[in-house]
Ligand binder design. Structure first.
Ligand code: OGA
Ligand code: NI
Length: 379
């Protein structure tokens, strides 16, 4: 049994008198999320959200931490279609190999579209509870849903955020399926992301030394899922976390974030703050890209700390295979293999990978699932 610091009497995240399932159910039934807790005036983090110390290692939530002096690379896409293409490809290659994360500037998505999207999802969460609760759902078949903690009934401790999910896996959802308050801004943002995705697909193909159409042709980033998190202010950020350490299962993730930081990535064995760069889109390589690139590109662990300042709003776009390619096997790209570079992974479908990702640790205890697909381990 773990005893946590910071409260007068010992608070435990497990123990004989704690009926976690009951507390989770009660919280879920409010349909008001973590935002609802804050609005109701809580000044202590409820036990449901208290994490064991090992999840909270080195949090330093309020430093905004230029402490390390390390910064996620910034990639300037200006001129990528002509004079600067080689530079952009080289920069992308280096960033994908070493950091797995990069901030993209001059990507062509207008700032007002980005801000409009962030504002629209923020407004969704800030509506009266009675309006918002109609959309609260854990039904995977819904093209839009609002919920708090997708893994609420499986995780050991809940995280300090609420989420809205937009399923663009078969193109834009029926407009009626999406709340009016965020419909147009998100649909417009998606059209811009589609263009950026095509450019990045070509540039990343070239960064892998392949024909520019390669990643497009294998359909690995055909479909999009938008997951937007709202991280309310937190009265006791040292006891909980916004998003537990994890790597993404996607091929590529494109993230929009407002000016409230809190995202940290694991680099050279330390947690580095990703300071929001106005107008930038943050991109990161996902597990599936690491797998097909045979470890050339890195899928890097990241997390979001809870903070006293906020709310932090983010919109992640996960680029994954389309409906028709979900059961297609992906393995290390043949063109990248030779005697000195044998395949590091077995082939797998995205469905299999993601199923394993959800059912095992990642997102729950932060352990990468990629090693499970390594050739040496699967023999
Ligand atoms: C994610 C994620 C970061 C954020 O949803 O996978 O890492 O800033 N989100 O919300
Ligand atoms: Ni992530």
């Amino acid at each position: 049994m773990q005893t946590l610091p910071g409260h007068g009497e010992p608070i435990t995240c497990s123990g004989p008198h704690y009926d976690r399932a009951k507390e989770a159910k009660e919280f879920d039934e409010t349909k008001a999320g973590v935002k609802g807790l804050i609005d109701s005036g809580v000044t202590k983090v409820p036990r449901l959200f208290i994490h064991p110390p090992q999840n909270l290692h080195n949090l330093s939530p309020d430093t905004d931490g230029a402490a390390t002096g390390l910064q996620v690379p910034i990639i300037d896409m200006r001129g990528y279609q002509d004079c600067r293409r080689e530079d952009v490809v080289n920069d992308l290659c280096r960033a994908s190999e070493t950091w797995g994360f990069f901030q993209i500037i001059n990507h062509g998505i207008p700032v007002n579209v980005m801000n409009g999207t962030l504002e629209a999802v923020k407004q969704f969460h800030e509506q009266p509870e009675g309006v918002k609760r109609e959309w609260y759902s854990r039904d995977n078949a819904k093209k839009f849903r609002y919920y708090s903690n997708g893994d609420l009934f499986r995780s050991k401790a809940a995280t300090w955020k609420d989420t809205v999910y937009f399923d663009f896996s078969s193109g834009a959802p029926d407009p009626e399926a999406v709340p009016l308050i965020c419909r147009e801004p998100v649909f417009e943002y998606e059209r811009h992301i589609e263009k950026l995705k095509k450019s990045l697909s070509e540039l990343l193909s070239e960064a892998l030394g392949l024909d520019s159409d390669y990643l497009g042709d294998i359909g690995c980033m055909e479909s999009k899922r938008f997951v937007s998190h709202y991280y309310p202010i937190c009265p006791e950020p040292e006891l909980t976390i916004g998003t537990i350490n994890h790597s993404d299962a996607s091929f590529l993730t494109l993230l929009l974030q407002n000016h409230h930081g809190g995202l940290q990535i694991r680099h050279q064995n330390q947690w580095i703050d990703v300071c929001p760069v106005p107008g930038a889109i943050l991109a990161n390589i996902g597990d599936s890209m690491q797998l097909v690139s045979n470890d050339k590109f890195k899928s890097v662990e990241h997390r979001v700390v809870a903070r006293k300042a906020g709310p932090r709003v983010s919109v992640a776009c996960f680029l994954v295979p389309g409906e028709t390619q979900k059961s297609k096997p992906y393995g290390p790209i043949k063109e990248l293999l030779d005697e000195d570079n044998p395949p590091m992974y077995r082939e797998t479908t995205f469905t299999e990978y993601f199923g394993f990702y959800l059912s095992s640790g990642n997102g729950l205890n932060g352990e990468s699932v990629l090693p499970h697909f390594r050739v040496s381990e699967s023999k």
